[in-house]
Design a binder for this molecule. Structure first.
Ligand SMILES: CC(C)(COP(=O)(O)OP(=O)(O)OC[C@H]1O[C@@H](n2cnc3c(N)ncnc32)[C@H](O)[C@@H]1OP(=O)(O)O)[C@@H](O)C(=O)NCCC(=O)NCCS
Length: 336
């Protein structure tokens, strides 16, 4: 009888945590006043329905590669690391317009960490929280030492400037986190999932074959059934947030910061009410001046909270992201 071979297995760090965060806000500031004529809207309507006062758009030089690399550099520096210590790069994006190769390989190269494993993930607005969860598991399983997670979007490339339901919401930017080993738990278990029955609620209008076959091709813009998304996010996501707290083993009174995907200020408020967050919990409201940047929105919102003194090292923060798919992910983290 031949003897069965037993393969080696890897084990990693006891725990993982976020070691550093970075962000990149593109240069073009666009107040509501610059959009309203084209979509027959008003500044008051946009602020009242979404909370957005202005948004940031990328100029032609500010590609996903440029923005993602800038945010990554800052995260690595704040983590106190050298780029060569990064051995895995995960990019969450839906707006890298080259289907292949992955944007992550380019960014790894620009950072000078060519040996790193590098791949993109597609979970739309939920991408950053998916990436943080993967990074934590890679570090704890021993597959990686230090993982760079980047959320970057140039949604203006995929937004129809004449669409009243999306033109004022979507924006551009990048954020990044370095995840590495820790002696104490810094990233609690994720609660994540999807609901493909609602696949049509937010999606690219058509695939590239339809674009090419068209007599007058235009970019396959994002289309959204805003009202249905709004209802789903406001109610279903509050339950997911509470589950994430439960999995972290803390109650709402032990939470310092609530950092939801910056989709719409009314969704943020509805979730906070539904979860009965006490007044002591500081809430991210970056959407007001940044718009909705999909995978980049949570790290950008965190950066703003630090800048405003609303987030401090050692704070507990509930991150919750949700969007096209519909896909969602939430976890409690200890802030670096
Ligand atoms: C997009 C959103 C702000 C629209 O708000 P809403 O209250 O759902 O708006 P509706 O589409 O139901 O339209 C309500 C009214 O406003 C009007 N309207 C729609 N877009 C408008 C605009 N840009 N400016 C002014 N009026 C507008 C509609 O014509 C309608 O008018 P009526 O009542 O006279 O028919 C909201 O649905 C939303 O934020 N949804 C979530 C989107 C989101 O967060 N997506 C990202 C998830 S990742």
């Amino acid at each position: 009888m031949t003897q069965r071979r037993v393969l080696a297995s890897s084990t990693g760090a006891a725990h993982a945590r976020i070691l550093g965060l970075g962000a990149y806000r593109p240069s073009v500031v666009v107040p509501n006043a610059d959009l309203i004529e084209r979509i027959d809207s008003t500044d008051e309507w946009i602020q009242q329905r979404s909370g957005i006062r202005q948004r940031r758009w990328a100029d032609p030089e500010e590609s996903v590669r440029v923005m993602g690399t800038a945010a990554a550099r800052q995260a690595i520096e704040r983590a106190g690391l050298d780029a060569r210590q990064i051995d895995t790069v995960i990019v969450a994006t839906i707006s890298h317009l080259m289907q292949t190769p992955a944007l992550a390989t380019l960014i790894a190269h620009d950072l000078g960490t060519d040996q790193a494993a590098a791949f993109d993930i597609s979970a739309a607005c939920a991408g950053f929280c998916h990436g943080v969860s993967l990074a934590s598991d890679l570090v704890r399983a021993g597959s990686a030492g230090h993982v760079l997670v980047i959320g970057v979007e140039r949604l203006t490339d995929l937004t129809d400037p004449d669409d009243r339901g999306t033109a004022f919401i979507f924006a551009d930017g990048a954020g990044a986190a370095v995840v590495g080993p820790s002696d104490t738990p810094g990233i609690a278990p994720v609660v994540w999932g999807s609901d493909g029955e609602q696949y049509d609620l937010i999606r690219q209008r058509e695939d590239w074959r339809d674009v090419v076959a068209s007599d007058s091709p235009v970019m396959p813009h994002l289309v959204m059934q805003g009202n249905a998304v709004f209802r789903w996010a406001s109610f279903a996501m509050a339950k997911i947030g509470l589950q994430a707290l439960d999995r972290a083993g803390i109650g709402v009174d032990e939470l310092d910061c609530f950092v939801p995907h910056q989709a719409n200020m009314r969704i943020t408020d509805a979730m906070a009410r539904s979860m009965k967050l006490p007044d002591t919990v500081r809430i991210a409201r970056d959407i007001v001046d940044q718009g909705n940047t999909s995978a980049a929105s949570i790290p950008l919102a965190l950066e703003r909270m630090y800048a405003d003194g609303d987030a401090r090292s050692g704070d507990t923060a509930l991150l919750i992201a949700f969007g096209a798919g519909l896909a969602y992910a939430a976890q409690v983290v200890v802030l670096p």
